[in-house]
Design a protein around this ligand. Structure first.
Ligand code: ADP
Ligand code: 5GP
Length: 217
């Protein structure tokens, strides 16, 4: 893992890494998709994974689906910003696209687990804004996993067994949103995005903007 270098003199704003984490089935991907539709300046970080694609998923859009061998190679070569084993499969964030987008002052959205959040918080601390999404209850979480109809019943059981391991990390995040109603959760996260973009230290064009007032005077 390495620090990303940010050419602050060339860009308007410091790019933000919005991290969404949640127990599987809480609605993270659905929320991330809605945000991407409403926020065209938010770029998804596309992870690599060794798990098989779901019927609705496309290589290069939802994930880069790779073999165990390729995953191990990428880890060894230091090509991943963070990586973790989740539900027995390898998942990781390719480093190069994140560094490129941040160096251009762009904002990214990450759908990663608590282990990934802990790792990128160390390497990109200034850029991270993290949001933990909770389901209304464990029963509703199970309903959502079943209704998604994308995982084998054994896999759903496995994910339900691990739900509390993920939830246990809720207080490591900057924000917590309870996803009762999708539209409301999306709205709440949009407000976080807007407020975080307005933080004084992120608007790195401000000193030169303010300098102009003195020239005008
Ligand atoms: P995750 O990415 O966290 O694993 P998904 O986004 O795939 O979860 O959501 C799991 C299922 O729950 C999907 O079928 C999705 O349509 C549904 N869902 C998401 N948010 C809500 C909500 N607020 N109310 C009801 N169903 C929801
Ligand atoms: P799924 O298989 O449902 O797409 O994802 C399973 C879990 O892996 C989710 O908690 C998701 O956030 C996490 N995940 C997806 N991509 C990454 C990644 O690149 N790194 C880490 N650490 N976790 C990831």
């Amino acid at each position: 893992m390495s620090e990303c270098t940010i050419k602050s003199t060339m860009i308007k704003n410091r790019g933000i890494c919005f991290v969404l984490s949640a127990p599987s089935g809480a609605g993270k991907s659905t929320i991330a998709n809605a945000l991407r539709a409403s926020q065209p300046n938010l770029f998804p970080s596309i992870s690599v994974t060794t798990r098989s694609p779901r019927p609705s998923e496309q290589h290069g859009i939802h994930y880069h689906f790779i073999s165990q061998e390729e995953f191990k190679k990428q880890v060894k070569k230091g090509e991943l910003l963070e990586w973790a084993t989740v539900f027995g499969q390898g998942y990781g964030t390719p480093k190069a696209p994140v560094e490129k987008l941040l160096s251009e002052g762009k904002d990214l959205i990450f759908d990663i687990d608590w282990q990934g959040h802990q790792q990128i918080r160390k390497s990109l601390s200034q850029n991270i804004v993290s949001i933990f999404i909770l389901p209304p209850s464990l029963k509703e979480l199970e309903n959502r996993l079943k209704q998604r109809d994308s995982d084998h019943p054994n896999e759903i059981k496995n994910r339900m067994n691990k739900a509390l391991d993920e939830i246990e990390h809720w207080d490591e995040f900057d924000y917590v949103v309870i996803n009762y109603q999708l539209e409301k959760a999306v709205q709440e996260i949009e407000s976080i995005l807007i407020s975080e973009r307005l933080k004084t230290n992120r608007q790195i064009f401000l000193p030169s903007f303010i300098e102009k007032f003195y020239i005008e005077k």
